[in-house]
Ligand binder design. Sequence first.
Ligand SMILES: [Zn+2]
Length: 465
Amino acid sequence: MLLSLWTVFVCSAKLAKVSAIHGWTAMKHSSKTRERDKFVIMAVVRQFGPLSRVNIHELTGIRPTTISFLVRELLDEGKLLETGLSNNPTGRKQILLRINPQQGFLVGIDYDAESVIVSTMDLTPSVKNTIQKAAKLDGGIKGLTQQLVSLTRKAIGQQDRESGPLLGIGIADPGLIDSHEGVSLLSSQIEFWRDVPLKKIFEPEFGAPFLLENGTRARVVAERALQSHETAQEMVYLEYGTGIGLGVISGGRLLRGHSEGAGEFGHTHLIENGPPCKCGSFGCLEAIVAAPALAARAKKAITEGSGSQILELSDGDPEQITGWTVLKAAKLGDKLAATLMEDLGKYLGMALANAVNLFNPSLVVLDQRLQLAGQGILDQIQRAVRRLALRHLTENLSFRFSALGGQAGVLGVGLLLLDRHFEIPSLKAPKFLIQSPPSHFSKRSFIQQDLLSSSGDTQSTRLDS
Ligand SMILES: [Zn+2]
């Protein structure tokens, strides 16, 4: 009995890790043990599958007869699938089970000042369809929210009957958010974008669970789960575009920060009295080398007479120059672009060296868009980091470009939606933990009680220290 309880405890701890990684604290509540056991079975198959019924018993401690009954129900409901036989040379071969990725679908939305991407995904998550449009910025908050809603409606309309029900909509947001209220607070990239109640707009419109996450953080979740196969406990992801952000996984958990502002890397201060930034400060990383800053410097040099392939890549029109044309020209060996790349490598390297000293990651993943400039930019950034960060922290540090590219944001919110969908309900919590106690019950500080009960001379020790 003790062993069985211990197995359940260890397993629950392992499974709780799935949602703990991404920091979700809200728990669903269910008093029905059997209903909860179904969630446990789904979660264990999602985490370790394909699994046989015997494996599920070994990992969860749930009784074999209960597992047989509940697995039958889950198969009938289309939530699990039988997927061949176990490869067991000594014993009887057992039927393996896996999650049915077609039991429903998810919608992921990723937007910034340049574009809106809306993708539908199965529960792998794997992208099925994507719609991408230039972001509509001429209609203010109303125009852009209408675009997000209408593209979502269009993406959902493209699903066939076999896709199953819509299980959730997630948005990867370019700025500061309040994920609990589902409000996009502000984006330094989109000037008019303030306090947009996305959850209040999306939930009644589509009648599905809604999730809002910062885009850079969504991308590091996807990079970790799908590219490092969840082995990286300490990693950072550098997002580079109109803005610059840093997604941080520390101790295997996504770093969100006290007010969900962790990772506003673009506004780290690098130059005293440097160029003005959209955030109101000066000398921020973003103001020095984000894509619009590169474009502005290229434009200035070209209009002052510098010859450059950047102009050819922009159809001969300096107004068409973007950060991306500068990166592409660098790959072609253009001299002006190479000078700009030196600054890009230097300042991104400088900022990342600080991040390496702060978080001591084992892996730095760079936005795939930087690869437009070729392998050279990764080498430049890597050299700068190794020169500036503490040597001990760079000895086992790897660098690579993201392989997920433009899909990282929607996949990240897809993974977060799935964590919620497969979250195991807690057993019903006692009333005193849910509601505020009546005023005649005075709340005792547990910290104080621990100190008093730890030893008889606690008081004197504290006074002496
Ligand atoms: Zn700034």
